[in-house]
Structures are given as structure tokens and as C-alpha cells.
Ligand binder design. Structure first.
Ligand code: FMN
Ligand code: MN
Length: 482
């Protein structure tokens, strides 16, 4: 089972030798970034900085920086395990015999226990600051030289839809301005922003909480591209294999937060207020996202457990630890993506594409322009709709092998015939887009062309050695003395 709080996860990492404690004083402005960046890029350990200049709290970073640690956080050996559970969840096989029914029972019972459970007390409220709440006490990082200030980078933002009461959790960065003032940087396509627009229309204040730590599945769940109707806390319960315990906030009691969180920042947004200029911020695209106007968040309380650990992350040129959060999503959401687009056999969001810039897709082509149909479907599906460049390849191509994809892209494409352009929403962070969050997309059909797909001549066969000869050479390999 995944760890139920950050502290026990840290203990587990340490026991496995996957964590390093840094005892010398380090600066949360840039120095931690430079250290963490170097360590992440070589697949190094999680880092616990015990002596952060100007602060009392220790800071944990690079927690999810390898596949092994990401899997440990999700309580699995491989992302495919979780993907298979998702598959079972969405396509339950009809139990036929009594024995099979009985075998299903524990699974079904477990399902029933997935929604979050509201409890009265939580360690996240061992210490409560209201009037004396001061977010500048948190060892938030200034990540990159041109950043507009210090940012909370690994927080889960808890909001509720004012119409339906439905909860949303999203990971959005939070810039610190004053002891009780921050900004809420949710992109307009994200659910937090959707909720905000509803409060604004109703002319009501928006209650909100930012949480740090808690059950180890929570940070990941907050990044999941779930449809607005799905509560991330329910999905977290599914990942966790049991309900997440939530406790009502002290000053914003309609918002409930993980009982085992390290730190909770409670507050509200007044939608009638002027926005605040937020950023710039060195982003996951490898470029700075420019300063822009975002809602002001007023802090009404900070609660925390005794001796909390402050979790942080940096984003920047890949790989960073968010690459592994993204990889987990790519694998875990494949079964869900396939319910919308069954033609997709597999896909890969390559590291260089920074999530939305590029996707490699594998299909079994069955009719003319099948690849284009899949491109259109991707451009119409959830957060995948933000994809800028799609490369579609045939079934025999390994989409996780970039060279193999590039080989087919270069060999199989007549640019005029096989490249298609479309317009649509893009990642807000795409600086090349002609306007913010909107622009053009490119689909490259790198599959073998068939009749009905424009002018094609005889298509040659791809060179492959016969299975018999491969087997023979493998068998004799020792004899060659190579
Ligand atoms: C480290 C990290 C930082 C992120 N920062 C932001 C952010 O500042 N603003 C934002 O809108 N999305 C950000 N995201 C992406 C969202 O968390 C992600 O798209 C999530 O699915 C949004 O959830 P929602 O659809 O419920 O809003 C970040 C993701 C990660 C992994
Ligand atoms: Mn959501």
C-alpha cells in the first residue's frame, strides 16, 4: 500500500538508501535548484535539506525523480499494474460462475470504500496559525534566476464547484507576495479556473486550500488529467487502495483537506478584486512563462503538523521529476484514453516534447485516413487536445523507441501528402503559439500509405531478417567467437 503520509515515505526512502540528507546551510533562492537539477538529471536520490537559509522547516525535493520512487509513491512495481487496475475498473468482466463472483468480492468491496472519508481530527492541524499566519515562513523556492519571486511548487489546490459542490484538486504553482497574499496560477483550461469563473459569475468569495504532503498518492492525483466530473480525492482513494481521510479546514470549513498533510494553507479569493501580476516563472517547457494577471489568494490560516517537512519541486528543461509524474499518467491513463479512442494501441509522450508538444501514437491502420481520424480524435480529447504535434506510426513500430519513430517519420512521409495542419487550443505555456493558448497543430501520418490516401506508388516492404535465420544465429552465437 502507498505511504499514508510524507514522513513515513521519507523513512522508507531512507531505509532503501534512496534519500540523502543535506545538513549544511543552503539557499532556497537558486542554490537548491542547481543542486536538485544536477541530481535529478543523473537519476540521483531524493534530497532532504535540513538547513534551509532563513527557515526552520526542512525541505524535501526530487521525491519523484526516478521511476522507482514514483512507483513506490503509488505502491506499485510498475505503472502497468495500476493501468491494469484501471482497465479492470472501467471494463468489469461479468462474473459468470459463483467462484468467480466470490473472487470478485474483495475487489468490489474495496471499490465501495474509495470515496474520501471525512474525519474530525487530523495531524495536519496539530498547529494552527490564524492571525499570525505567515506564508513567508515556508522555505518556498526561487527556482530560476528570472523568476518573479518565491513559489510553492508542489501544492495541491482544493476547491469546490459552487453549483454542484464537487471537489477538485489541481497542482498549480503559488507565488508568495506577502505574509497573507499569494496568487493562484491555474491555466484557463483547468478545473480550478473553471470553478473560479463560476464563483465570479455568482459574485461569491471562493474558499480554497493549498495542501503540502499527505498520502503519497495525493501529489500525483493532483496532476491527473481527470474530467471535471471526477473528484481527484476519489481517484486518489483508488490509487491508494482505500479512502483518503479528509478533515474540514479550520477557517474554510467547506473545504476538506488530507488529515495527514504536512502543511495546509487556507484562504479565499474575492473574484471582485483586481488580479495580481504573477510570474515570470521558469517552467516545464524549459522557458520562462511570462508574467500575467492571476487571482489574488488571501490566507486566513496556516495549519501544520508538529515538525513538518516542506515538499517542493522544480520544473525546467527535462528531465525533472515532473517527467515521472507525466510518465505515470501516460501509462495509467492509456486504458481510459482507449475508451475514447480505441484505435490507439499505444502512445508515448517523449521527454523532449514536455508533455503537450509532441505525442507518438501507434495504430493498426484499417482504412484510408485512419491516422487522420486518430489525430482529430486526440485533438478533441481532454488535456490531450492541447497536443501540438502528433506522429502516427504503424503497429510494428515501438513508440517508446524515439529512433524507430523518427526512422519511420523520415522514411514514410511525403510532406505535402502526409502532413496535416489544424487549429485549436494549445498549452498556455506554448510561447511559439501566435496567441496565448491557441494556435496551429501538426499531424504527421508516418504509417504505410494505402489506396485512397492520395497518390501512392507501390509501397516496398520493410527489411526484416527471417525468424528462422535470427533463431539460428542466436543459437550459434557462441561459435562465432564475437
Ligand atoms: C510540478 C507541476 C506543476 C504544475 N503547475 C501548474 C500550474 O501552475 N498551473 C496549472 O494550471 N497547471 C499546472 N500543472 C498541471 C496541472 O496540475 C494538471 O494539468 C492537472 O491535471 C490539472 O488538474 P485540473 O484539471 O483538475 O485542474 C502542473 C503540473 C505539475 C506536475
Ligand atoms: Mn480536475
Amino acid at each position: 500500500m502507498p505511504a499514508l503520509d510524507l514522513q513515513s515515505f521519507v523513512a522508507e526512502l531512507e531505509q532503501r538508501g534512496w534519500l540523502k540528507r543535506i545538513t549544511v546551510e543552503v539557499d532556497p533562492e537558486l542554490e537548491i535548484t542547481e543542486i536538485s537539477d544536477r541530481v535529478t538529471k543523473v537519476g540521483g536520490p531524493a534530497l532532504l535539506f535540513e538547513n534551509v537559509k532563513g527557515h526552520q522547516m526542512p525541505l524535501l525535493i526530487n521525491t519523484f525523480g526516478t521511476k522507482e520512487r514514483m512507483c513506490l509513491a503509488l505502491g506499485c512495481d510498475d505503472f502497468e499494474e495500476v493501468a491494469n487496475r484501471v482497465q479492470t475498473l472501467i471494463a468489469p468482466e461479468m462474473p459468470t460462475t459463483l467462484m468467480e463472483k466470490i473472487k470478485k468480492l474483495p475487489e468490489l468491496a474495496q471499490l465501495a470504500n474509495l470515496p474520501p472519508k471525512i474525519v474530525k481530527h487530523g495531524v495536519c492541524q496539530e498547529v494552527v496559525h490564524t492571525d499570525d499566519a505567515d506564508i513567508t515562513k515556508l522555505p518556498a523556492l526561487k527556482c530560476w534566476p528570472d523568476d518573479g519571486g518565491r513559489f510553492i511548487t508542489l501544492g495541491g489546490v482544493f476547491t469546490k464547484d459552487p453549483e454542484t459542490g464537487r471537489r477538485n484538486i489541481g497542482m498549480y504553482r503559488v507565488q508568495i507576495f506577502e505574509p497573507k497574499l499569494t496568487a493562484m496560477h491555474w491555466h484557463m483550461h483547468h478545473d480550478g479556473a473553471r470553478h473560479f469563473r463560476k464563483y465570479k459569475d455568482r459574485g461569491e468569495n471562493m474558499p480554497l486550500a493549498i495542501t503540502l504532503g499527505g498520502p503519497m498518492v495525493m501529489p500525483y492525483a493532483a496532476t491527473c488529467p481527470l474530467p471535471p466530473s471526477v473528484d481527484e480525492a476519489l481517484f486518489a482513494g483508488f490509487l491508494n487502495g482505500g479512502a483518503i481521510e479528509l478533515v474540514p479546514c479550520v477557517t474554510q470549513p467547506t473545504i476538506e483537506v488530507p488529515a495527514t498533510a504536512e502543511i495546509v494553507i487556507e484562504g479565499y479569493i474575492d473574484p471582485s478584486e483586481d488580479m495580481i501580476r504573477e510570474g515570470p516563472f521558469g517552467d516545464h517547457t524549459g522557458f520562462y512563462s511570462p508574467a500575467d494577471e492571476y487571482p489574488r489568494f488571501h490566507v486566513t490560516a496556516i495549519t501544520h503538523r508538529n515538525n513538518p517537512i516542506y515538499p517542493a519541486t522544480i520544473v525546467g528543461k527535462p528531465p525533472q521529476e515532473d517527467y515521472w509524474l507525466g510518465k505515470a499518467t501516460e501509462r495509467i491513463f492509456l486504458p481510459l484514453l482507449r475508451t475514447a479512442i480505441p484505435d490507439i494501441i499505444d502512445y508515448n509522450l517523449p521527454m523532449f516534447g514536455c508533455f503537450h508538444n509532441c505525442v507518438f501514437v501507434k495504430i493498426r491502420k484499417e482504412y484510408p485516413y485512419h491516422a487522420r481520424q486518430v489525430m482529430s480524435a486526440i485533438w478533441g480529447t481532454g488535456q490531450m487536445a492541447l497536443t501540438k504535434i502528433i506522429v502516427v506510426v504503424d503497429e510494428h513500430v515501438d513508440v517508446h523507441n524515439e529512433d524507430e519513430v523518427h526512422f519511420h517519420l523520415c522514411a514514410n512521409v511525403d510532406p505535402k501528402r502526409d502532413i496535416t495542419f489544424a487549429d485549436g487550443p494549445l498549452d498556455i505555456l506554448d510561447h511559439a503559439a501566435p496567441s496565448s493558448g491557441a494556435g496551429s497543430k501538426m499531424g504527421i501520418d508516418a504509417t504505410r500509405k494505402i489506396e485512397g490516401e492520395g497518390t501512392i506508388r507501390d509501397w516496398p516492404e520493410e527489411i526484416e531478417m527471417s525468424a528462422e535465420m535470427k533463431e539460428l544465429v542466436t543459437r550459434r552465437w557462441e561459435q562465432y567467437g564475437l
